[in-house]
Design a protein around this ligand. Structure first.
Ligand SMILES: NC(=O)C1=CN([C@@H]2O[C@H](COP(=O)(O)OP(=O)(O)OC[C@H]3O[C@@H](n4cnc5c(N)ncnc54)[C@H](O)[C@@H]3O)[C@@H](O)[C@H]2O)C=CC1
Ligand SMILES: O=C(O)C1=N[C@H](C(=O)O)C[C@H](O)C1
Length: 252
């Protein structure tokens, strides 16, 4: 049985994970943390990670980038592995995550779904064939109107996977409105749409002369992220310090 502290327990993802874990005999939420506490949870809820004094095996975090620094400090002090799913971290925060992983086990992933993690592999292969052949690469992501960060963590992870496969030769372009010039060959264009209740859509276009190849992932429910996060927590329990990702959890 994996005992979990759910950080951000009253948010959209925290609530979805709470429901999923009710049906899971190998995992239990022993405490929740959320600045919003006006709810009736089936486990104790604290308004700050520092107030949480419940013993656990792992923390799952779906909260807010502003909350991540304190969470990481807490996890180091308590020697607690953490599944870090919050997106929109600054460069300094990403560096801190790396440093912290020298002391505790950290599994960081911008997207916990099976589909996106498979796609990250496929995109690398496609880029290595299509970019040298002159295909332009553009990425479009769509999310609900409550999302704070743009572009999505997943879009950035996809761009990073492609860039890595191309020996980090690409530049990312987020906004074409300010400069009047043609696109460069080694650009990856990244566009974000925010509308309604879209759970999450990611589309990657490889556009050549007279043909376009499109890779598209659509999440129809947050359960795909929640299930992945719970599997990640089970995987991380008792692990040595280090950086882990969903590639360690999902075997293709
Ligand atoms: N890695 C992945 O697969 C996914 C990542 N996300 C990311 O997870 C994060 C949360 O997403 P949602 O649940 O949709 O957002 P949400 O806004 O519905 O929930 C966030 C929750 O965190 C709470 N919170 C804010 N500050 C806090 C603090 N200092 N301590 C504890 N709790 C705090 C809020 O009160 C809220 O209940 C976002 O960054 C989002 O991009 C979302 C879905 C999938
Ligand atoms: O905020 C969301 O909702 C999501 N955020 C993640 C991201 O930024 O990539 C993953 C998912 O697409 C949903």
């Amino acid at each position: 049985m994996v005992k979990i502290i759910m950080h951000g327990c009253n948010g959209k993802m925290g609530r979805m994970i709470t429901e999923i874990i009710k049906e899971d005999e190998y995992a239990a939420i022993v405490a929740g943390v959320d600045t919003y506490t006006e709810t009736a949870n089936e486990y104790p809820v604290f308004d700050h990670i520092r107030s949480c004094d419940i013993e656990a095996d792992v923390v799952i975090d779906f909260s807010n980038a502003k909350a991540v620094d304190e969470l990481l400090d807490f996890c180091v002090e308590k020697n607690l592995p953490v599944v870090l799913c919050t997106t929109g971290l600054s460069e300094e925060q990403s560096e801190k995550v790396q440093k912290v992983s020298e002391k505790i086990a950290v599994l960081k992933s911008a997207n916990m779904s099976m589909g996106i993690n498979l796609l990250l592999k496929l995109l690398k292969e496609a880029a290595q064939v299509l970019s040298p052949a002159g295909y332009d690469i553009e990425l479009v992501e769509k999310h609900h109107n409550q999302k704070l960060d743009a572009p999505s963590g997943t879009a950035l992870a996809m761009a990073d996977a492609i860039n890595e496969a191309l020996d980090n030769t690409c530049t990312y372009v987020y906004d074409r409105s300010q400069v009047r010039k043609k696109r460069e060959k080694k650009e990856i264009g990244i566009s974000a749409v925010r509308a309604g209740t879209i759970v999450g859509e990611h589309e990657v276009l490889f556009a050549g002369t007279d043909e376009v190849i499109e890779f598209k992932h659509t999440a129809y429910s947050r359960s795909v992220f929640a299930k992945g996060a719970v599997e990640a927590a089970k995987y991380l329990k008792g692990k040595n310090s280090g950086m882990y990702d969903m590639g360690d959890v999902i075997e293709f």
